[in-house]
Write a protein that binds this ligand. Structure first.
Ligand code: DAH
Length: 339
């Protein structure tokens, strides 16, 4: 028996000495001290030992168990220390390495144009009003003198939610809301998203407009022209001319389209202005007296002018963007160009 104990001690010691990782070490622990391990086997064999020898042999087996246990613990500590050391080396961070540069994002071109427009008008005393995108027929159409059979109401163009609730097709809806809620004089700028069932290179089902409205005493078309001229000069820079062309909108009378000297050819005629020397930038007019009446403003006391600008159109002209869909694809190669 003593011989066997000695052999076991030696074989355990040499196995432990050779082990190089914790998993193997655990296997050795199980092989010697586990439930069916060799040392445990020795204890089971005690019944074959003569009764008078049992205390002595028992003591020896127990010593063996303690010795192997100690050797295992010692080795375990060594292996853990080695593991820790190599982890410290492999996971170390070189704090002297140059940092990855983080790139600054940039504003979306529509927001750039929106901010520029607001800035140009803010100096003239306009206030910002943001109306709801889900709008009542009342504000989007009826109060603005748009009768039931107007083409803009066509199911093809307007996205209806119910018979009387729709996605606003124009920021002009904000005009009626402001006029109903506040008393003149008014000077309002209303930017926001608008929606139409339309989708091609120059039309998007969602796009942006900026509405302008001024209501005061003695407002004439000259006020409209002066205001828009000052704004367009700021927006497109340089010595530009503007012209008003007669047009039609139900909520203005008279109505005009506003053109500006083509900034590509300076009026000579080119592909951008289709040879005319002029670029159409917005619709405008003198607020129709019926609209004032609808909003409880006395048209004999007050007059107004209004204008509506398509932000995508301005951005496309300003930056030479050929397709409106580029704005909404979120291709970073496109967006990065507006830093
Ligand atoms: N709401 C018009 C549109 O979406 C744009 C517009 C034209 C607005 C003339 C106005 C205006 O305020 O006076 O096409």
């Amino acid at each position: 028996m003593q011989e066997k104990i000695k052999e076991l001690y030696e074989s355990a010691s040499s196995s432990i000495a050779q082990v190089s990782d914790l998993k193997q070490l655990d296997e050795i622990r199980v092989a010697y001290l586990g439930k069916s391990g060799s040392v445990t086997g020795l204890l089971k064999g005690m019944r074959d030992v003569a009764p008078e020898d049992r205390p002595k042999v028992g003591q020896l087996v127990n010593d063996l168990r303690v010795s192997i246990g100690n050797a295992l613990t010692e080795k375990e500590e060594q292996l853990k220390a080695i593991e820790m050391k190599s982890a410290l080396i492999s996971e170390s961070v070189d704090i002297t390495m140059p940092a990855k540069s983080s790139e600054m994002g940039s504003l979306h071109p529509i927001n750039l144009v929106r901010n520029e427009l607001i800035e140009a008008f803010a100096g003239m005393g306009f206030e910002i009003y943001e109306g709801p995108e889900i709008e009542l027929d009342e504000y989007n159409f009826r109060l603005l003198n748009i009768p039931k059979d107007h083409p803009a109401r066509d199911m093809q163009d307007t996205l209806y939610i119910t018979e009387n609730i729709l996605l606003r097709t124009q920021t002009s809806s904000g005009q009626a809301r402001v006029m109903q809620a506040k008393n003149p004089p008014l000077k309002i700028l209303s930017p926001g998203k608008v929606y139409r069932a339309d989708d091609d290179a120059t039309h998007s089902p969602m796009f942006h407009q900026m509405e302008g409205l001024v209501v005061d005493k003695n407002i004439t078309l000259c006020d409209l022209k002066g205001t828009l001229e000052a704004f367009l000069k700021k927006m497109f820079k340089g010595d530009l001319k503007t012209r008003l062309r007669p047009s039609y909108f139900p909520f203005t009378e008279p109505s005009v389209e506003v053109d500006v000297t083509c900034f590509e050819c300076k009026g000579k005629g080119c592909h951008l202005c289709k040879g005319t020397g002029w670029i159409e930038v917005l619709g405008a007019g003198i607020v129709n007296r019926r609209v004032l009446e609808n909003c409880n403003i006395d048209p004999d006391e007050y007059q107004g002018f209004a204008f509506g600008i398509g932000l995508e159109r301005i951005a496309m002209l300003k930056y030479g963007i050929p397709d409106i869909r580029l704005f909404f694809e979120n291709d970073v190669r496109f967006l990065k160009q507006f830093k």
